[in-house]
Design a protein around this ligand. Sequence first.
Ligand code: IMP
Ligand code: MG
Length: 179
Amino acid sequence: MKNDLKAIVLTEQDIQDLCIQLGEQITQDYQGRDLLCVGILKGSVLFMTDLIKRIDVPLAIDFMDVSSYHGGTESTGEVQILKDLSTSIENKDVLIIEDILETGTTLKSITELLESRRVKSLEIVTLLDKPNRRKADIEAKYVGRKIPDEFVVGYGLDYGEKYRNLPYIGTLKPEIYNS
Ligand code: IMP
Ligand code: MG
């Protein structure tokens, strides 16, 4: 699998360091609050499991599955709810956990939906941010790393549902897209 990569963007160590830093900030900000971490399937699963271990407050977790991507490398702008939360979020301090914030279309729709359910607070943590790609008016409060506008895979991020299991993040060789 490593042979398919053009370059490594974040090593396993980089990712763990970012989880520690983000976990410390979130721990400070959520003292004494009723924190519910909402992972956006499927990309955020690996990041979520590492990050929540670094958050030192009693928290609950839940998941949502949405789709704005249809297998390629470009967002279509349409968001579909494939799996909704299984718990009530009324009066909860909700923290959305995302793998990557790009155009913002996905997170804009999710935040609008969750805000309509009378949450106490709603914030976003994303491991990666591609600010140059933004179309929707949305920012994450907690950002692991800003990256240039290049398609990345690994550590939850996929290309055609593959490469999520790479323990680090990188860019693919051009021939992978053409094969
Ligand atoms: P947005 O709605 O354009 O912000 O796209 C967000 C979603 O697109 C993310 O949750 C990812 O699932 C996917 N995505 C965006 N950029 C990449 C990438 O570089 N690699 C893999 N998936 C990506
Ligand atoms: Mg995602």
